[in-house]
Design a binder for this molecule. Structure first.
Ligand SMILES: Nc1ncnc2c1ncn2[C@@H]1O[C@H](COP(=O)(O)OP(=O)(O)OP(=O)(O)O)[C@@H](O)[C@H]1O
Ligand SMILES: [Mg+2]
Length: 448
């Protein structure tokens, strides 16, 4: 069901409820007004009877008299059932023919007819010369009373029905008009969900605050989506570039380090063969050169393999792998800057799997950044700390002089940030005039 119809039905129900409440209040107030009018009329009728009795007593011989009920009733604007019960029990009445139940009463449902009050019977003492001469009972015409009440209710219902219909039509039009921006917002969200990201200025600035907030939200969403998809494109092309660079680097390393060593070994072996062919005497020292080149080849191969494939943390442990990594970089950097590794926390041994690999990659990138961007630093601190709230890896180095350090346009730190976020962690970078500080956090309890 559309919001328009939903609101309209609610409004109509509310209108009907108000109408019922107002009708009940009107019926109750009309009933109490009728009752007080009847009370006044009964008082007047009783006085009429007393006067009539007194007049009869003075005008004629004394004896048992009854008031002239027809004359008294004629003085009343509306017909009434009047009964007079004398002290000796004699009863006179006028206008008390039994009334058939009103037609309207029959037509009404029982619960509705029950809401309309029935005519009361009022009783008054009739006094003559200060003594009670009899009792007067008055019953109003129920048909007239009921018709009067029913007419009030009918008029009120007609008026209420007209008001509700007019209000419904007005509200239907107004809600339709007020909700018209939703169509544009839904269309913009559909476009957002589809492949095309809508331009932020496609939604107009609405006057209604709620719609303005929603459209601002959609605009922000579109902007964030665009930024995210731009970043994703950049990261994808960066990944491809890194892959290509890595392949090129590996080819060079294989060619320069392993290839050269293998060639040197081949030359040494060829020389040995020539000397053996010439019948030269050989000893163990002649094989020394071959031994050395084979050993160099093995070292070069091991370092290449480590670059391509990280160590097995389950076997070696993260701390030991980090020690190896830092030692390797110490050898490469030759003390510019000096690297200090500190590890603390009894749970460090328990870090493994994705978390360990992620932290290892953080350290790798930070150390490679130090080598590339902080060659003039004196000292770099590398710390790994494990607490109850998670693991924290921090790499910081001094920045000598007043060199302005910025995050630049590189992707290394951004990729790390993405990687940490995918594991529920975060990366904080603080670049000041004198320090560059990178802090990676991972929550505790991540799958190992
Ligand atoms: N240890 C550091 N000391 C000083 N500046 C640094 C340090 N690490 C990073 N930076 C600065 O932050 C920038 C961003 O580093 P990031 O690793 O994201 O990119 P990059 O190293 O320049 O390129 P790449 O995408 O190849 O990693 C660097 O260009 C550099 O200016
Ligand atoms: Mg980098």
């Amino acid at each position: 069901m559309s919001l328009k119809w939903h609101l309209l039905i609610r409004m109509t129900l509310l209108g009907l409820l108000c109408w019922a409440a107002v009708s009940l209040a009107v019926i109750a107030s009309a009933a109490s007004r009728t009752r007080s009018e009847l009370e006044q009329r009964a008082d007047r009728l009783a006085q009429h009877m007393e006067l009539d009795l007194a007049w009869q007593m003075t005008a004629a011989a004394a004896g048992e008299r009854s008031p002239e009920l027809s004359r008294i009733a004629a003085a009343m604007p509306e017909p009434l059932c009047i009964r007079y019960v004398a002290m000796n029990g004699r009863e006179d009445e006028h206008g008390c023919e039994t009334e058939p139940a009103t037609r309207a009463h029959h037509r009404l449902p029982r619960w509705l007819a029950g809401l309309i009050p029935v005519a009361p019977t009022l009783e008054r003492p009739v006094r003559l010369w200060g003594q009670t001469a009899g009792t007067a009972r008055f019953t109003p015409d129920p048909q007239r009373l009921f018709d009067a009440e029913w007419n009030t209710v009918r008029k009120l219902s007609g008026l209420a029905a007209l008001t509700i219909i007019a209000l419904d039509a007005l509200v239907f039009w107004m809600i339709g008009h007020a909700l018209s921006p939703t169509r544009q917002i839904v269309a913009a969200l559909d476009r957002l969900a589809g492949s095309g990201v809508p331009a932020p200025e496609q939604l107009p600035r609405y006057q209604v605050r709620e719609f303005r907030d929603i459209s601002d939200g959609v605009r922000q969403l579109a902007l964030r989506l665009k930024q995210a998809s731009d970043l994703r494109d950049q990261l994808t092309s960066k990944l491809i570039r890194i892959q290509e660079d890595e392949r090129r680097e590996l080819t060079h390393a294989l060619h320069e380090e392993v290839g050269q060593s293998v060639a040197a070994t081949a030359v040494a072996v060829a020389l040995l063969r020539m000397r053996i062919g010439d019948g030269e005497a050989m000893d163990e020292n002649d094989l020394e050169e071959i031994d050395q080149t084979v050993e160099q080849t093995q070292v070069a191969l091991r370092s290449l393999l480590l670059r391509v494939r990280p160590p097995l943390f389950e076997q070696q442990g993260l701390v030991s792998a980090l020690n190896d990594l830092v030692t390797g970089w110490r050898a490469r950097l030759r003390g510019r800057p000096q690297l200090h590794l500190a590890t603390a926390g009894h749970d460090l041994a328990g870090i493994g799997g994705e978390q360990a690999l992620c932290l290892y990659r953080v350290m790798q990138e930070c150390l490679s950044n130090i080598a590339r961007h902080a060659g003039d630093s004196q000292r770099a601190e590398i710390a790994l700390h494990c607490g109850p709230r998670g693991v924290e890896a921090r790499v910081s180095n001094d920045v000598p002089g007043d060199r302005i350090v910025s995050r630049g346009s590189g992707m290394g730190l951004q990729l790390l940030e993405e990687r940490l976020r995918s594991l529920g962690g975060c990366l904080e970078i603080e670049a000041t005039a004198s320090r560059f500080d990178v802090c990676a956090r991972l929550p505790a309890g991540n799958p190992a």
